[in-house]
Design a protein around this ligand. Sequence first.
Ligand code: ADP
Ligand code: MG
Length: 746
Amino acid sequence: MFRWIQTGSRWARVQGTSCGARKHVTIGPRCEPRTTYTVVVTSDATDQHVLALTTGLVLLPSVGERHAPAFGTMGLRCVADLLVHLPTRYEYEEAEQPIVALNTLVGASGRSEVQVSTRGEVASVKKGFGRKPRIEIQLDDGTGTLDVVFFNQPWIRHKLHPGQQLKVAGTVKLHQSRLQMANPRWEQVDPESPAPPSEARLLPVYPASESVSSMAIARGIEPILDDAVALLEDHLPDDYRHTNNFPTLSEAYLAMHRPGSEEEVAHARRRLAFDELFMLQLAVMMKRHHRIQTLRAPALPLDMTLHERITARIPFTLTEAQQQVVDEIANDVQRPVPMNRLLQGDVGAGKTVVALYAMLMAVAAEQQALLLAPTELLAEQHHESISTMLASSKVRIALLTGSLSAPVRRALLEDLRAGDIDIVVGTHSILNESVEFKSLAVAVIDEQHRFGVHQRAALRRGNSEEVPHQLVMTATPIPRTLSMTIFGDLDVSTIHGRLPGRSPVSTRHVPSDESMQVYESLAQRVGRGEQGFVVVPVIDESESLLKDIGTHLQMLQDGPLSSCRIAALHGRMDATERDAVMHRFRDGELDVLVATTVIEVGIDVPNATMIIIEQAERFGLAQLHQLRGRVGRGDLPGECVLVADPVTEDGEARISAIIETNDGFRIAESDLKIRGPGEFMGARQSGLPPFRVANFERDWDLLRLARRDAEAWIDQDPHLQSPSHALIRSRLMKRYRQSVGLVDVG
Ligand code: ADP
Ligand code: MG
């Protein structure tokens, strides 16, 4: 145990606490030469504190009351916050040079600019005026003078005065044959402070804010770093660490904040990245273990007769790809272990019948099945097509949407509870309601591309250990990196390729000043009896947007599409209004819809052959691919025109990616590259704590290691109950109990 004591402006730690004792105290960060003082420990020293990870920053002399509020706005409140606030990069701080040496450095290096650091006394300050004044000072260290200029930093004006000792670091160059340094990093130094480091070192650069600079964060943590890391308990057992050549947590954090070399940083980073990946893998594996070992689902039998009865209901022959996936799913649901499967296949790949197959297995076993769609219209379409296929059967099918009247809805819920309904089709919102089933055996969730982590708790079967088999369908495939992480508990089935007889949608890009020809070609298609969509971007669904749609629609109606029947469709319309428009379009009473992205899910109109996307550079890749998937759903080939004048590299990348391929899988991979995994497919909305260090792409090997070892650990100790796992277990629970849903796991 030690205490913190303030001596003048410095601060120190004192071993032992007896009042009145004389203590030799070493002061100063480890990297600088230390001075030993003698202090007397007094009992009334109000600034004595035992340092803990939870010690508030306000108590640290290196932050203090003055700066703590600003740190607080960055979420930095206690010592632990400061410890895990890691540098994003490092800068080499060259050894400090006397000013006279800078001349020769600049001359000798042959370069016009050289990174240096030096110090001296402020000899003069010239302050400009106005909002963005230029501030010029002259630094003198007795060997020479250096001009230092600050641009666009008006707040500095009040901080610089002649006579101050400054340390500056930055690029020095010759300007009108005088040495000049512009916008350097600078700090005021105590004239008595220890001599400058004589060797180059790595300086951490922290994520900073307007009011808290990276330097302030460095100054905040440096004096307490050694003591703070000493408080860290490692949750990885020693032998495991040794086997994998990981430093301890203390070593890792120390090296991140005060690295001796780039290798040290890499070594430390590897450990911290592994921790994040490993924790998540442990959580996923715990959950998987729980599902397989504890949870139960009804085993649904399948024999040749049933197979033939089911396939007889399907009005076409399943493709080989579909049949293979049917086999995988049928295999799962024949066992009493709850299926947790993802069915991925591009837009129009024919996923629905595959799901229907499993649903009919449930019905054959006198159990119930549920199909959830992202929109009411899609639910209706699913309901309609399933009803058609099962028209002459005894299967009782119901549609459960928000637009049912209260009595009808109540009766339907009663039927579900009584088991008088076999298949119910509804919208995702059912998951948030208390819909009770007599015996739900198969739940299918059609996600389209809004793939997220679902709260499955809603789909219990009475007994808390009984759950339905679950199949999630998505048109946006999971990139392999993500399938190893949050979605790591999903078994994946994939329908590759297209349905026979479907020609791919052709995609082209035209600049906005050529859009008239495009609309004329749409008018020609309408003349031939085809239909089309015009999509305008949504920034937010505000009044001005509605005006935009209105104006655009009017422009088309008055111009190139004057011969067409046009209507608007957007998210601000209420559901009934929107459905009415969709129905009229589907029934051929409208030729063209001018819409926002509300159409990206939920429209299956085979007669629609052309989609024109305005300002296409504003849409995400997955979105563009989904929108394109609205056409070419029948026998007629589809056409997608991107009207865009991309100005950013990003926008251009998306436009060319979408033109290059029709393959949703390749698009998903590009999307991940362009956007990064954080935003991908609702992973961000999933409530999962973000990684601070790990990066899926860069840390692929670590991810594999984490997955392999997490599996082995959970195999051996499913609830992490052994004493050597206690710490990791409690940290794991703290981090992932909510987001991964470990609530009932351990
Ligand atoms: P998605 O995978 O996008 O959900 P759907 O399941 O809606 O695709 O299928 C698209 C269309 O193709 C539907 O009209 C469906 O009836 C039809 N379809 C599915 N499988 C086949 C098949 N094997 N042969 C012919 N048509 C099929
Ligand atoms: Mg579908």
